[in-house]
Design a protein around this ligand. Structure first.
Ligand code: F6R
Length: 606
């Protein structure tokens, strides 16, 4: 997730406005940034790696001349954070500049084709194909608008782009597919941006583009076209009464809630991860004699899901281990045949890194999944996959957890194909169902939000809660417990439901709240037995199960039905109501869910 912005003023310099807008977008990415303006028919670019203010102190964005410009703050997905990979990207003539938020699926084929036509590429980004495609169309005699239309029709994947052309210096062209774009309208200027946060200081009149829209924006006008047909369309202008702070959170009261609702899109981006990275990890996993899945906290819960997926779909045994326990427990036996798959959204967790350094010293192979390009994990690992989830600001991991699960599912699918231990039918079915997950999560958010908000009034009064699930749902129970405990400070217990009778059941007394995760999978009949055991001892039963499961609904005091998924993918869907429950319970108790006490986003001490 990157941030893009642009502005064209009636008169006066644009540099200050671009700089302010860019700062408002920094929460969307902060590993590099750049600004481009047009002055006297020349394109001027300043860009570098680093945070916006660091770059500004070196290059001074404010002395860029001109009344039109675009800007970008980056969260790397293709190519490390560096000066050449920072946006804007230019064509061969240096007259077209493009900033981009999203992931292009077909950039390699487009790049090969353009290279065959003698285009010179400077960066490792997917974005750089766009200015060269536009250059090709301009060469064929098209005007700027026609050239951008022609270029974006060739793109597959997600994009929000803003384009500047020194040959037509009165307009910015923007286009979107899946990544957002808003146009801000004012008397003095028009603006474009990834979100309202970047424009609200200048105007509250905005127009949201829809997928498949392209807009030509001048200082006093704008026109929107459909990309596929080129036909003009009208979009309504909205007047927002948002404060700056509300705008930064996309209109949500907290970053955490925004990040929970971002998940359908984040999962779509995870599905776009390039095959070559997944294939490399698959290769290492398949070669290992013993394989550990190493992480802390929420990432460890993702590892538990991963180990079930690898075992069930690829018949590959792996051991999920809590990072801080790894050296003591397994340190002396690891060696050259050991493969460690480390999961860390930040890539900086000290417990994870210490174990990896130790394992590296003993010649183990280290591979990783992380959300932060350039993090220490990416430097230690032989190979890694980036989650493409964008920065997570809320301290509690939400969107990075579900995107980790998506990456693990993609790896399980590849491992299954490679190892050939399950039928082609099962593999195809899993692949089909994977594609449906973003929309199932969308539906789950819709179904859960209101009932969970209501439930939080009850949970806020609890002094303890119990979470039970079997199989993969055990990992969901662990994650539910962690989220609710860390945000609402209510001590919680999570167990595999089958294990609960071996001790924990003694805590049950009349009215004690027990949450069951009960999807319609092979664990269902045993879960019914566990519900009965708890009911018999007076527990109050809260159940999240499949839509239409009347039998479990009847047994429950409170029930939420969710859309059905492939059994191996259920944690991605079933964790959503618990994330919401953690959020709303914390708010109900008057706590700040974005900044739970005693916690830090990245834990860099042992
Ligand atoms: C919980 C949470 C933490 C992290 C843990 C590991 O919501 O965010 O438990 O999951 O500190 O962090 P990473 O994944 O950055 O290694």
């Amino acid at each position: 997730m990157c941030g893009i912005t642009g502005c064209v003023t009636k008169q006066g310099n644009v540099a200050n406005i671009l700089y302010n807008s860019l700062k408002r977008l920094e929460y969307r990415g902060y590993d590099s940034a750049g600004v481009s303006t047009v002055y006297q028919n020349n394109l001027i670019v300043k860009k570098d790696a680093g945070k916006i203010d660091e770059i500004h102190s070196r290059l001074n964005f404010l002395d860029l001349p001109g009344n039109i410009g675009i800007a970008h703050t980056r969260w790397a997905t293709h190519g490390a954070p560096s000066q050449v990979n920072a946006h804007p990207h230019l064509d061969c003539t240096g007259k077209i500049a493009v900033v981009h938020n999203g992931v292009l699926e077909n950039f390699l084929e487009l790049k090969q084709d353009l290279e065959a036509r003698k285009h010179i590429f400077k960066s490792k980004t997917d974005t750089e194909v766009i200015p060269h495609l536009i250059e090709e169309s301009l060469k064929m005699g098209k005007n700027f608008t026609e050239a951008v239309l022609e270029a974006v029709r060739k793109l597959r994947g997600s994009y929000a782009i803003a384009v500047l052309y020194a040959g037509e210096p009165d307009k910015i062209i923007v286009a979107r597919n899946e990544s957002p774009i808003v146009i801000g309208l004012s008397k003095e200027m028009n603006l474009v941006a990834s979100d309202v946060a970047a424009v609200i200081e200048y105007t509250n009149k905005v127009v949201f583009l829809e997928n498949g829209d392209l807009a030509v924006v001048t200082s006093d006008n704008f026109q929107i076209f459909r990309i596929d047909s080129g036909i003009p369309v009208q979009r309504k202008t909205t007047e927002l009464n948002w404060t700056l702070e509300m705008a930064a959170k996309g209109g949500y009261p907290h970053y955490m809630l925004k990040e929970i609702f971002d998940q359908p899109n984040v999962l779509r981006e995870a599905l776009r991860i390039q095959d070559k990275y997944l294939d490399l990890l698959t290769e290492f996993l398949d070669r290992g004699r013993e394989i550990f899945l190493l992480a802390s906290g929420t990432s460890h819960n993702a590892c538990i899901v991963g180990s079930y997926m690898f075992s069930k779909l690829a018949r590959l045994t792996t051991y999920p281990v809590i990072a801080s326990e790894f050296i003591e427990n397994y340190g002396s036996s690891i060696g050259i045949d050991t493969v460690i798959l480390a999961l860390s959204q930040s890539g900086e967790t000290a417990d994870v890194l210490t174990s990896l350094e130790y394992a590296r010293y003993r010649a183990a192979t280290i591979i990783g999944i992380t959300n932060v390009l350039g993090s220490t994990l990416t430097r230690i690992a032989r190979a890694y996959v980036l989650q493409n989830a964008g920065p997570e600001i809320g301290v509690a991991a939400t969107k990075t957890f579900t995107s980790q699960l998506m990456v693990l599912a993609l790896l399980a699918l590849r491992l299954a194909r490679k190892r050939g231990k399950v039928s082609q039918y099962e593999i195809d079915e899993f692949q089909e169902e994977l594609r449906l997950v973003p929309q199932l999560v969308e539906k789950t958010l819709e179904l859960s939000d209101e009932p969970i908000k209501k439930l939080s009034k009850e949970t806020a009064r609890f002094s303890s809660m119990f979470f039970l699930g079997r199989g993969l749902s055990y990992a969901t129970a662990l994650e539910a417990r962690l989220k609710i405990m860390e945000l609402s400070y209510i001590p919680c217990i999570a167990y595999p439901a089958g294990e609960s009778k071996h001790g924990p059941i003694s805590v049950i007394e009349e009215g004690y709240p027990v949450f069951f995760i009960a999807p319609n999978d092979e664990t269902r009949k045993h879960i019914i037995g566990n519900i009965m055991e708890m009911k018999a001892r007076g527990a109050r039963i809260y159940c999240i199960g499949a839509e239409g499961d009347e039998e479990i609904k009847q047994l429950s005091d409170w029930y939420l039905g969710l859309p059905s998924t492939h059994p191996l993918l259920s944690p991605i869907v079933y964790v959503i109501p618990f994330q919401l429950l953690a959020y709303y319970t914390a708010v109900e108790k008057g706590y700040d869910p974005d900044k739970p006490r005693n916690l830090a986003k990245s834990v860099t001490v042992l």
